[in-house]
Design a protein around this ligand. Structure first.
Ligand code: FAD
Length: 318
């Protein structure tokens, strides 16, 4: 079933969904199942699985020389999606990015998804690689997520890159995209960011999942602005509980979002690691309850391999 079908059939009920990361290379899928098993009682209609492209690392040789090599630290997104669907009988949503993919490779990846009956996908650009100053598309790859959405939309109509394929199978994907209540860090303004978000919807995207935020007002204002701009699709808030003090600085640095003063005060006041976790959970429950009251279609939790705390939040929200 498509993600948006779940929203439509929920009859105003707020659903809960989760995002997980593939295990580090060398890790076992059992560790992922151990993360997910305790979350299944909340009946998530779908689970997102992130995609991690190759990164450059420097390996030192005995001679003292360093070699720059590209490795993928967290491979396996598509395999994990298939395993999740098989084990839990829920939809899995693979994240598909532009970075590292030519159009041909993207098409082949989508064919794999279609054959595996994975009919939902979150279409993203991806970030610049470490050591690259800005995002660089592959030769014959996509520069922006909108181009990826267009390619998926074409395949939905049976249009393949090879124009000789005449009555090609129509792939029936439901397409999610990213949205940024506090604007994408490269965008000149929230308005200009929204202009491009609207282009992704016009190209065929069906719903938006937001970047994490800690101030619900930012989300409510964002939804209002989207509606003013004519963006009518469901907008799913993505949130996560703070679990460590250093995240007060690391999250704004990595995700370009602000922390509300009250949350900062609560976390700074906490005297022990356990007290920080409790404060983070309390804030996330408060956010979730307010979002649910506002009638959001779904609350999407970024588990970041820490499902035990997300579980503590979810059990107060269902
Ligand atoms: P785009 O929509 O391409 O936008 C990128 C920037 O370009 C924005 O500033 C936008 O305003 C601008 N822009 C857009 N279109 C155009 C255009 N046509 N012309 C000029 N400017 C334009 N990254 C991963 O690597 N793997 C993941 O699994 C992953 N999951 C994510 C999940 C969510 C819910 C979110 C919010 C982000 C995720 N990301 C992931 C991070 C994401 O890849 C980065 O934020 C990336 O920098 C932007 O991706 P995008 O799809 O929003 O890009």
């Amino acid at each position: 079933m498509k993600v948006t079908d779940y929203f439509n059939s929920a009859q105003g009920r707020t659903l809960l969904s989760f995002e997980v990361l593939p295990p580090l290379k060398g890790g076992s899928i059992d560790t992922l199942f151990q993360q997910l098993d305790p979350l299944m009682e909340f009946k998530p209609p779908f689970i997102d699985v992130t995609y991690h492209r190759e990164e450059f690392v420097y390996k030192e040789h005995p001679s003292g020389h360093f070699e720059k090599i590209a490795i993928r630290k967290r491979p396996g997104t598509v395999g994990i999606c298939a395993a999740i669907m098989n084990r839990y009988k829920v939809e899995a949503v693979p994240h598909l990015i532009c970075g590292g993919f030519s159009r041909e490779e993207t098409e082949n990846a989508l064919i794999d998804l279609h054959f595996l009956q994975i009919n939902n996908v979150l279409a993203l650009r991806g970030d610049a690689r470490k050591f690259d100053e800005k995002f660089i598309a592959e030769k014959d790859g996509h520069e922006h997520a909108v181009d990826l959405v267009k390619q998926i939309a074409a395949l939905k109509k049976g249009i393949y890159l090879d124009k000789d394929i005449e009555s090609g199978t129509h792939m029936d994907f439901c397409i999610g995209i990213a949205g940024y209540p506090e604007k994408h860090f490269e965008a000149a303004s929230l308005k200009s960011d929204l202009k491009y978000t609207r282009k992704k919807i016009e190209a065929g995207a069906d719903y938006i999942v937001t970047q994490m935020f800690f101030d619900n007002k930012k989300f409510f204002d964002y939804v209002a602005l989207c509606r003013e701009e004519g963006i009518e699709v469901p907008i799913v808030p993505g949130i996560k509980p703070i679990t460590r003090k250093y995240q007060l600085n690391a999250i704004p640095r990595n995700f370009f979002v602000d922390m509300p003063d009250e949350l900062v005060r609560m976390i700074q006041k906490a005297k022990t690691d356990e007290a920080v976790v409790e404060a983070g959970i309390e804030w996330c429950i408060y956010q979730s309850v307010e979002l649910k009251k506002a009638g959001v279609p779904c609350i999407h939790y970024y588990t970041m391999s820490d499902s035990a705390v997300v579980r503590r939040v979810a059990e107060k929200v269902v």
